[in-house]
Design a binder for this molecule. Structure first.
Ligand code: NAD
Length: 337
């Protein structure tokens, strides 16, 4: 049967604008005849005791089984006794590297025309370990955890990514002059991995200087790898260089070959349910999922159609200064396939 040729992927439409932009992905994939069958999972309405969050055990199992998925943004419900949805996914699926490509979109004018870089963020530890406490009244402490294992793992991925994506330089971003032990260990691990990849240039950049260089001339960089908090900040800075959150995709890489694609942005409650969201970030995330699956022909076809639609300028969503709805923009992409 034809269904045996289909790859099964998990899809979390997510909250807010999530279902609207996930629908856009489904329509574009159908039109492009992508051989993917979606297994849809929804965020639950009550806490699953097995995951201690609103994500069910079954939905996590779906990603583990399929090893590949796409997730819409998830708003974290307020209240006690459960874990954040995004943190649950990261921890349970061991999503150790967050890859965020960032490149100028032809025809959409920003301050720079030639941004083309990739940030790779360590996703499991650093300042996000959740270890905070009060020492005495008026004094609190937050532990920044850096391990050799997680640092080697993300550095390995960064060099592997550079090598397999035709990129020739990896910059490790750090503040080891002050954070001598933590960032020092991170750098030591990057150096060890760099020695195994003599064909890739390796450099180290202090984070404050890195910010200045990125804003002044983003073409100075190629692949950037860094601990968790720096990655969070630098990748948003990079999104700003090319036109904002409606455009930037990401791919989470996990243990055992798992890949979970998601947009960088959140659930955008201010425009949810109004057919106003820009689906580009989720669509480009889905494209990176296709590349991960080696479905490069379909990936390129969809990416070309997105870029042509934006370049043409006739159909653009509000965040890019246009007046098109999500569905009009999606239809324009399908017409360009
Ligand atoms: P947000 O990214 O949802 O929105 C910030 C601004 O950008 C808003 O004005 C929004 O309208 C706009 N925007 C974002 N995506 C857009 C798109 N695709 N098209 C057009 N405009 C877009 O950030 P927020 O408001 O700080 O967060 C809202 C919720 O999302 C919170 O509950 C937060 O926890 C959650 N969140 C989830 C993720 C995730 O699932 N990975 C990431 C960030 C925030």
């Amino acid at each position: 049967s034809t269904s045996s040729n289909l790859i099964t992927a998990t899809l979390f439409p997510g909250d807010g604008i999530g279902p609207e932009i996930a629908e856009s992905v489904k329509q574009v994939f159908n039109a492009a005849e992508v051989p993917i069958e979606w297994e849809e999972h929804f965020v639950g309405t009550e806490v699953d005791p097995r995951t201690q969050s609103f994500l069910t055990w079954e939905s996590l199992e779906s990603v583990r089984r399929n090893k590949v998925g796409l997730k819409g943004p998830m708003a974290t419900p307020i209240g006690k006794g459960h874990r954040s949805l995004n943190l649950t996914l990261r921890k349970e699926l061991n999503l150790y590297a967050n890859v965020r490509p960032c490149y100028s979109l032809p025809g959409y004018k920003t301050r720079y025309d030639d941004v083309n870089l990739v940030t790779i963020r360590e996703n499991t530890e650093g300042e996000y370990s959740g270890l905070e406490h009060q020492v005495v009244r008026g004094v609190v402490e937050s532990l920044k955890i850096i391990t050799r294992q997680a640092s080697l793992r993300v550095a390995e991925y960064a060099f592997y990514y550079a090598k397999t994506h035709g990129r020739d330089r990896v910059s490790a971003v750090h503040k080891a002059n002050i954070m001598q032990k933590t960032d020092g260990l991170f750098l030591k691990c990057c150096r060890e991995v760099a020695e195994k990849y003599p064909e890739i240039k390796y450099e180290e950049v202090v984070i404050d200087n890195c910010c200045m260089m990125l804003v002044k001339n983003p073409t100075l960089f190629d692949v950037l790898v860094m601990p968790n908090l720096y990655g969070d900040i630098i990748s948003d800075l990079c999104a700003g260089l090319i036109g904002g959150l409606g455009l930037t995709p990401s791919l989470n890489i996990g243990e055992g070959g798992i890949a979970l694609a998601e947009a960088v942005h959140g659930s955008a409650p201010d425009i949810a349910g109004k057919n106003l969201a820009n689906p580009t970030a989720l669509l480009l995330s889905a494209v990176s999922m296709l590349h991960h699956l080696d479905l490069n022909e379909q990936a390129d076809k969809i990416q070309d159609a997105i870029l042509k639609t934006i370049a043409e300028g006739k159909y653009r969503t509000g965040d890019l200064g246009g007046t098109s709805t999500t569905t009009e923009f999606t239809k324009a992409i399908i017409d360009h396939l």
